[in-house]
Design a protein around this ligand. Structure first.
Ligand code: PAF
Length: 281
């Protein structure tokens, strides 16, 4: 039987729990819980890169706008613990909102660069400041050598990578490829919101990304390919936020393959659920 991970809920408790890790390399996997195979892939990659693995579980209120799904975001703490026990994770950092944002908390990080390129930031203007601030706190609380993030949230990965570098946080940020369902849908805690019909339609996003990447690689004009892709996604019943080709490093706009390496990124709503995905070209 696997042992339940130790749970720390306050910074002093975290420090005590980490005392035995003092001479070991530590990897952090930051999560908001509702763990799926994508998170487990991060834990397994973390294990390959460090002696000790810490997983944080914190549904961060400051990265949700008032009209978003903070209240309904899936919270599955007990089954998350079971999944982490099966991976032999020893320590879970699960602070309360009061611990993270005590009375009088008045500091926030306002990332620029990849955080202001007209993708997620246009549709979720509050998001990257909330993410950067909470991730900086997680890094300074846990003080890991490295931290692993899924490529599914590609813009987030770029923003957090730049933040760790710019603020000399001493944490190596590592991106791990997206884990997909058999039909290509990127794993996400929000997939749990999909109705049966929406779940059937959801892989259209990945299929469109793949077809668009292929056409661009074969030399078709990027703007024409994207126009076709956008129309295809909308015809399938999505409300499209964006389908864009960007420079994979800076997320700046591109004209042709020469501006690469390129990344194709999509965000669209089906019913009430907003899905995002991306692939390399
Ligand atoms: O990707 C997520 O789950 C969250 O944005 C993160 C990085 C844990 C910060 O709350």
């Amino acid at each position: 039987m696997s042992t339940r991970p130790r749970i720390a809920r306050t910074v002093p408790a975290l420090r005590r729990a980490m005392e035995p890790f003092a001479r070991a390399t530590v990897a952090l996997v930051p999560t908001m819980g509702a763990l799926h195979d994508g998170h487990i892939a991060l834990v397994r990659q973390a294990r390959k890169r460090a002696r000790r693995v810490v997983v944080s579980i914190f549904v961060n209120p400051t990265q949700f706008a008032p009209n978003e799904d903070f209240g309904s975001y899936p919270r599955t703490f007990n089954s998350d613990l079971k999944a982490l026990a099966a991976e032999k994770v020893e320590l879970v950092w699960a602070p309360t909102a009061q611990v993270m944002y005590p009375e009088g908390f008045a500091t926030k990080i306002d990332p620029q660069g990849a955080a202001k390129v007209g993708l997620e930031d246009t549709f979720r203007p509050h998001f990257f400041s909330g993410v950067a601030t909470v991730v900086a706190k997680l890094f300074t609380q846990v003080r890991p050598d490295c931290a692993l993030f899924g490529e599914k949230d590609y813009q987030q990965l770029r923003v957090v990578t730049a933040m760790a570098r710019d603020l000399d946080l001493g944490v190596k940020v590592i991106g791990i490829p997206t884990v997909r369902e058999k039909d290509g849908l990127a794993m996400s805690s929000r997939n749990a919101y999909l109705t049966e019909h929406e779940r059937k339609m959801a892989p259209v996003l990945y299929r469109t990304l793949k077809a668009s990447a292929k056409a661009i690689k074969q030399g078709e004009t990027i703007e024409r390919v994207l126009e076709q892709g956008r129309a295809h996604i909308e015809q399938a019943g999505f409300a499209l936020d964006y389908l864009e080709a960007r420079n994979a490093g800076t997320l700046a706009k591109v004209q042709s393959l020469k501006d690469g390496p390129l990344r194709l990124l999509v965000a669209a709503k089906i019913g009430k659920t907003r899905l995002i995905d991306n692939i390399a070209i």
